[in-house]
Write a protein that binds this ligand. Structure first.
Ligand code: PLP
Length: 436
């Protein structure tokens, strides 16, 4: 057992759930064997506490580092901000520059507020939207964070959120009184959305959806949502926390001719430094003055400086083309290797955020086996890959060669009738559950 796993054992005694983010739990990858902690990260390389180097072909800081780890330009700007003082009683002027830049990129928007994490920014957006509409009911699809407004959907049925990224999210502690205040519909399901509108028409104040996640939006779906929300004075929020800046130089909604009332950005906008933005039309955003939304660390200087440096760099480079090229190469590679070695898989996701699943009665066994074998070959890998600007052809070629070896081994393991016996530790988790 490496230093990382030893430290993680201690962490579980001191930190309930072990980590601060479900998606960084070692159990989500390779229980008992995942390196768990890093000492250094640069580009797409990560060093664990024992000095082992891995190429990150998994989530790149759970989608936060689209330029790659420790980007020279972003880090340089941040170091400068730290030297000048990252906090004071007066405000950081970079906030105003960032507001102007985001509005320039999204000409439909007129004002911006800032916070530091995606879920928190979505909560702010929903608060503003409910205050503007004067109605509580939120219809939504997709994943939007851990806050009460969102988890309340699981008070009516504890499986309501299962199809929206993370299964098993337990709403213990979310006030029961919030039951029925947030209801899900499926992405691209125009009929399902219209059914909810028909049933709850007079109560709906807010509609929330991700601009894109796994599939490109249907034109009819987007057009219906925009028309219905406009006609019924419902505030429309687009969540760009994961999609933003990956497909284009801004929110993905710009690509789909889709004008929301509010758009929310976080992870992709500041390359690993905490920052989030809520941008919107003046008549909606102005309502933020009527309701109390305020926090000390939303005023630090590092966040806006990192976002400005990240966005300005994205404006100069061909990031979206690079992410599409790298992501496509990986997705085609998965298909090729799987076909060659006779391992049935299903590949999905947009090119920058690709994933695959094993078509096997025990997919979690094969998933754990894949992560185990790839780790032994020097890759942080799971059944998803988030492309970054730091991933180059060589990384992908080396990775796909290793994937081929793993799939060949997987085919043999399946043929043996008991692939589980090749696992050196327990099965990975598929969603939220209590750690024992
Ligand atoms: C679309 C979307 N919204 C909101 C969030 C929550 O962001 P955070 O983890 O920064 O709170 C995420 C995180 O994965 C996300 O993908």
């Amino acid at each position: 057992m490496g230093k990382g796993q030893r430290l993680y054992k201690k962490a579980k005694q001191l930190i309930p759930g072990g980590t601060q983010l479900l998606s960084k739990r070692p159990e989500m990858f390779l229980p008992d064997l995942w390196p768990a902690y890093y000492s250094r990260a640069k580009g797409c390389e990560v060093w664990d506490l024992d000095g082992n180097k891995f190429i990150d072909m998994s989530y790149m800081g759970i989608g936060s580092c689209i330029l790659g780890y420790a980007d020279h330009d972003v880090d340089g700007a941040v170091k400068d901000a730290v030297d000048k003082g990252s906090m004071s009683t007066l405000n950081a002027p970079e906030e105003v520059e960032l507001a102007s830049l985001l509005i320039q990129i999204h000409p439909w928007a007129e004002m911006a507020r800032f916070s530091r994490t995606g879920g928190e920014a979505m909560s702010i957006a929903v608060r503003i939207a409910r205050a503007k509409a004067g109605k509580d009911l939120v219809l939504f699809c997709g994943y939007h964070g851990w806050h009460d407004w969102y988890l309340s959907a699981n008070l009516s049925s504890n499986k309501a959120l299962d199809g929206h990224l993370l299964p098993g999210l337990n709403p213990a502690g979310v006030p029961r009184a919030l039951r029925g205040t947030a209801m899900p519909f499926a992405y691209n399901d125009t009929e399902g959305f219209l059914r909810l509108i028909k049933s709850y028409k007079s109560k709906v104040g807010v509609v929330v959806l991700e601009s894109i996640r796994n599939h490109y939006p249907d034109k009819e779906f987007i057009a219906t949502i925009r028309k219905v929300t406009r006609d019924l004075h419902i505030v429309l929020i687009v969540d760009e926390v994961s999609a933003g800046f990956r497909l284009n130089k801004g929110g993905a909604h710009l690509l789909f001719d889709f004008t929301p009332d509010i758009a929310v950005f976080a992870k992709g906008m500041s390359n690993g430094f905490p920052m989030a933005a809520i941008i919107g039309k003046k008549e909606v955003m102005d309502v933020a003055q009527k309701t109390f939304i305020s926090s000390t660390y939303w005023t630090d200087r590092v966040g806006p400086v990192a976002a400005l440096a990240t966005i300005k760099k994205i404006m100069k480079i061909d990031l979206s083309q690079h992410l599409a090229y790298i992501g496509k190469k990986v997705q085609i590679g998965w298909e090729d290797k799987a076909t060659r070695y006779g391992v049935p898989i299903e590949v999905g996701g947009i090119y920058p955020l690709g994933h695959f699943s094993f078509k096997h009665p025990e997919p979690l066994v094969l998933k754990t086996l894949f992560t185990q074998s790839m780790l032994e070959k020097g890759f942080l890998a799971t059944t998803a890959f988030y492309a970054s600007f730091a991933h180059k052809d060589k990384d992908v070629n080396d990775y796909l060669e290793a994937v081929g070896d793993c799939f060949r081994f997987t085919a043999q393991a399946v043929k043996s009738g008991n692939p589980k016996r090749y696992l050196k530790g327990p099965l990975c988790h598929s969603g939220f559950k209590r750690l024992t």
